[in-house]
Design a binder for this molecule. Structure first.
Ligand code: UT7
Length: 331
């Protein structure tokens, strides 16, 4: 039976470290508030001319090196982002051009914090059917250009960070290894609970100076409601994929959650009865990097040896849309 395996992972975060103390200089906030409510201590911001495809290029080169592969061995790019380089075309083609792999398909995915898991579901199906053999799966975000550095935008400005994470996926026939299940969900009833109202093609023109002046391009979030849904949907998504394989929580060696808030991850762990050492959290250093958060955490986990070959690894995410999902991988 053919399954999808993770051949290699890679990540890149911009050099610039932005501490909570630095944010205190831009808005009415405090290091104490940010740490207590979210667990975040610092995040990275991309340089002036650094886009999501630039960061993804470096992360990909690192993964290719780890895999001992050349870029031209990639036969498909699946890229998740909510902060594209440009309005169109998709960021995947810019990454493709920078990697020099002209001709391979580039599929952009816009499923916010669940983007990497939606991408994994698609890539897994492609690999199982034999459509592609070396898929580059990317999550990359530049949030620093969308947030508003004032008290008005503080509820989201302190949470988001920039970065890129990638995985190179391919087929394996090794018994019991690889992606055992992926399930994704959405509920558009809640679309406006975490969203950026502009630019918006429902308006003509899709962007005006008034929209910018009103701050409509920044993220708006009903934080408490998002929190409430996240702490129920994330464990449910994990349980759903465990059930597919006939596993239970005790079988898990590591869970990699989307890094939205340390309190969310801790509540999910507590609700599931998972010990702290089985829930990987790195939000302290990067904030919420949306589609990039799971692949960045995965890469760090692998680098630190916190995931070993043969381990059962669970993934779970929740975010704007609402979208949510889970995945289970025998590493
Ligand atoms: O990745 C996508 C999914 N996103 C999430 O899962 C995020 C889910 N939500 C959360 O993580 C939390 O709701 C937040 C961290 C966003 C906020 O924490 P909270 O405990 O829910 O705070 P709150 O929104 O209820 O706000 C409490 C107070 C408010 O003041 P009042 O109305 O009580 O006077 C806010 O205006 O904190 C104020 N506040 C801030 N104060 C200092 C909001 N943002 C800030 C800030 N600094 N940055």
């Amino acid at each position: 039976m053919v399954r999808t395996e993770f051949i290699a992972t890679g990540m890149y975060v911009p050099e610039r470290v932005v501490t909570n103390q630095e944010l205190e200089g831009y808005m009415d906030t405090s290091d104490e508030w940010i740490r207590q409510r979210s667990g975040i201590e610092e995040r990275r911001w991309a340089a002036e001319d650094e886009g999501g495809s630039d960061m993804a290029k470096v992360a990909t080169e690192r993964a290719l090196e780890a895999a001992g592969m050349e870029a031209d061995e990639i036969d498909c790019i699946v890229l998740a982002t909510i902060s594209p380089d440009h309005f169109f075309p998709g960021t995947g083609v810019f990454l493709q051009r920078k990697l020099g792999v002209t001709g391979v398909p580039c599929l952009d995915i816009r499923n916010q914090c669940t983007g990497f898991l939606y991408g994994l579901e698609v890539a897994d199906a492609f690999i199982k059917t034999g459509q592609y053999r070396r898929i580059l799966l990317v999550g990359t975000e530049v949030h620093s250009s969308g947030i508003i550095l004032s008290t008005e935008g503080r509820d989201t400005a302190v949470l988001f960070g920039d970065g890129a994470g990638v995985a190179i996926l391919g087929p394996t026939e090794e018994d019991g290894r690889g992606v055992l299940g992926v399930r994704t969900h959405a509920d558009g009833q809640h679309a406006e609970k975490l969203w950026a109202p502009a630019p918006a093609c429902v308006n003509k023109p899709f962007i005006t100076k008034a929209m910018i002046d009103e701050g409509l391009t920044r993220p708006f979030m009903e934080g408490r409601d998002v929190f409430k849904h996240a702490v129920t949907k994330m464990p449910a998504a994990l349980n759903e994929v465990l059930e597919i394989g006939g596993f239970s929580i005790e079988d898990l060696d590591m869970v990699i959650p989307h890094q939205a808030n340390m309190r969310i991850a801790q509540a999910v762990a507590k609700g599931l009865g998972l010990t702290d050492d089985k829930m990987y959290i790195n939000i302290q250093r990067y904030g919420n990097t949306t589609a990039a958060s799971i692949p960045i955490a995965l890469h760090e986990c692998v680098q630190e040896g916190a995931i070993q070959r043969g381990d059962l690894v669970g993934f779970t995410a929740f975010g704007s849309g609402f979208t949510w999902g889970g995945a289970l991988v025998r590493w």
